[in-house]
Design a protein around this ligand. Structure first.
Ligand SMILES: *[C@@H]1O[C@H](CO)[C@@H](O)[C@H](O)[C@H]1NC(C)=O
Ligand SMILES: *[C@@H]1O[C@H](CO)[C@@H](O)[C@H](O)[C@H]1NC(C)=O
Ligand SMILES: *[C@@H]1O[C@H](CO)[C@@H](O)[C@H](O)[C@H]1NC(C)=O
Ligand SMILES: *[C@@H]1O[C@H](CO)[C@@H](O)[C@H](O)[C@H]1NC(C)=O
Ligand SMILES: *[C@@H]1O[C@H](CO)[C@@H](O)[C@H](O)[C@H]1NC(C)=O
Ligand SMILES: *[C@@H]1O[C@H](CO)[C@@H](O)[C@H](O)[C@H]1NC(C)=O
Ligand SMILES: *[C@@H]1O[C@H](CO)[C@@H](O)[C@H](O)[C@H]1NC(C)=O
Length: 412
């Protein structure tokens, strides 16, 4: 570091200054790792914060944002050896850890994966949290950077992993540093490149669909289908409303089927329905089979541009919704909510889906959600009551008729 080369008095002054600044800006992280020969082998400087959504003991959802990490340690960070890959390990608070690891091939190195753990037992950070102990979320990035280049991304970059929303900015990182010298040659991320980013273009050309609609307005029902060669293999009909909650603010977006295109695929065990539009890069529903004779909605993946031009993406591959027997369709006319993550929900309206065993492009008999069947249960009851009433009316009129005709005969 620069100050080590300065005179001791000035140096300690700057160290002190750095410590003071460090206390204020504790979220700026910097790490310079040296190998056994004292040569720099890994360098990183970055800022990050985390918003964590959690469930309380009262079954409500809360979130906490951690931007000041407090004192951090890098003790378990390593440049790796023949067997182990380099990694940066940041530990802070009680039970928080953040790990990124790197791999390399002949020409590039990769920022491979991110692993983040937090401790829901810590009541001072997660008040009233349902104690789920230490939760670890994981995401594979696989960002490739040419060897001997330093990766730079100053732009804000948002990543969502299950219930954790992570923001990164002012990122500089180089793994597999050669000859102990951190490179001056920057490999710049797409978001830092001025003209080639897609988001602003989309933002300016399509202003209206990104405008959040009023939450109460129901979305229009769209019909979607996926073909396998010449035959239809997946059918869906639904009104979709997306609900994105960030920093306690919810944005509700109705999907307009007129401007939404559909793709997808059908395999023997899984089926995908993928929607996209100008502001939705993709919204993917993945169906799977359960116990050989039922299907269900297993995964949802979404990536979209928000009104302010920022990216939002999330996914969940362990859902359990829309469960029905194979060879039938799942139907729910009432509003239903698919909760994908703490920050993302989908409200569905007039839903009907059949991801497997579609015959001649038509829906098979429907298995209805319990919310609907309450209503349907009332229909036979109502019909029964009406019929019973009719029988009584007919019987009474018959009796009256008979009595009248009898008295009639007598009077003649
Ligand atoms: C999680 O927090 C609880 C309560 O503060 C503590 O007892 C426990 O040791 C922590 N676990 C880890 C792995 O840090
Ligand atoms: C990096 O970490 C992830 C998550 O722990 C792991 O799955 C992956 O194998 C690691 N990669 C290497 C090269 O060690
Ligand atoms: C590292 O040092 C070797 C030998 O001095 C040299 O050939 C090589 O070009 C250097 N690499 C970099 C990236 O400076
Ligand atoms: C959107 O999600 C938030 C947080 O889960 C919830 O409070 C709000 O009622 C939802 N809005 C709609 C229209 O579903
Ligand atoms: C979609 O198109 C139909 C028929 O052209 C039209 O009636 C409807 O208003 C359109 N919906 C939206 C949200 O633009
Ligand atoms: C966009 O809006 C979201 C939600 O309000 C916010 O979290 C995010 O920081 C904003 N992004 C930018 C680039 O302003
Ligand atoms: C998936 O969810 C079920 C219950 O909802 C849970 O038991 C299971 O452990 C989860 N699996 C994974 C891989 O998260």
């Amino acid at each position: 570091m620069v100050y080590l080369r300065l005179s001791p008095i000035l140096g300690s002054g700057i160290v002190l200054l750095c410590l003071v600044l460090g206390a204020v800006r504790a979220y700026e992280l910097e790490l310079k790792l040296k190998d056994s020969g004292k040569a720099t082998c890994l360098y990183a400087k970055w800022q990050m914060n985390f918003t964590i959504y959690y469930e309380t003991i009262n079954k409500t959802n809360e979130s906490v944002t951690i931007s000041d990490l407090g004192p951090v340690t890098y003790n378990e960070s390593t440049c790796g050896d023949g067997k182990n890959s380099p990694k940066i390990v940041v530990q802070f608070g009680s039970g928080f850890s953040w790990v990124v690891n790197f791999t390399k091939d002949a020409s590039d190195y990769s920022i491979d994966s991110i692993l983040f753990s937090y401790n829901t037992s810590n009541k001072s950070i997660f008040p009233d949290a349902e104690d789920k102990g230490v939760i670890t979320v994981h995401d594979r990035w696989a960002i490739r950077v040419p060897l001997n280049d330093i990766f730079r991304c100053y732009s804000l970059w948002t990543v969502e992993m299950n219930d954790v929303v992570q923001h990164y900015w002012n990122v500089l990182v180089q793994a597999f540093v050669q000859n102990g010298t951190v490179s001056k040659k920057e490999y710049v991320c797409d978001k830092d490149k001025p003209s080639t980013t897609l988001a602003p273009i989309i933002h300016t050309t399509v202003p209206s669909p990104t405008t959040p609609s009023t939450p109460k307005e129901k979305p229009e029902v769209g019909t979607y289908s996926v073909s396998n060669g010449s035959s239809t293999c997946l059918l869906a009909k639904m009104g979709l409303q997306l609900n994105i909650t960030q920093d306690k603010v919810s944005t509700v977006i109705n999907i307009n089927p007129n401007t939404t295109s559909v793709t997808g695929s059908c395999q023997p065990q899984t089926a995908q329905l993928r929607l996209n539009s100008s502001n939705i890069k993709y919204l993917e529903f993945v169906f799977a089979m359960k116990n050989e004779n039922r299907f269900y909605l297993k995964e949802v993946h979404v990536s979209m541009y928000l009104v302010n031009g920022s990216d939002f993406s999330t996914s969940n591959n362990n859902l359990s919704y829309w469960d029905a027997p194979l060879g039938s369709s799942y139907m729910c006319n009432k509003e239903q909510t698919v909760s994908v993550s703490g920050a993302f929900q989908i409200n569905t309206f007039d839903l009907r889906v059949q991801p497997f065993n579609v015959m001649e492009g038509k829906y098979s008999t429907a298995e209805e959600c319990s919310a609907d069947s309450d209503l349907n249960f009332l229909i036979p009851v109502a019909v029964g009551v009406a019929l019973g009433f009719l029988i009584i009316v007919v019987f009474i009129s018959y009796m009256i008729g008979r009595r009248k005709s009898r008295t009639g005969y007598q009077s003649v």
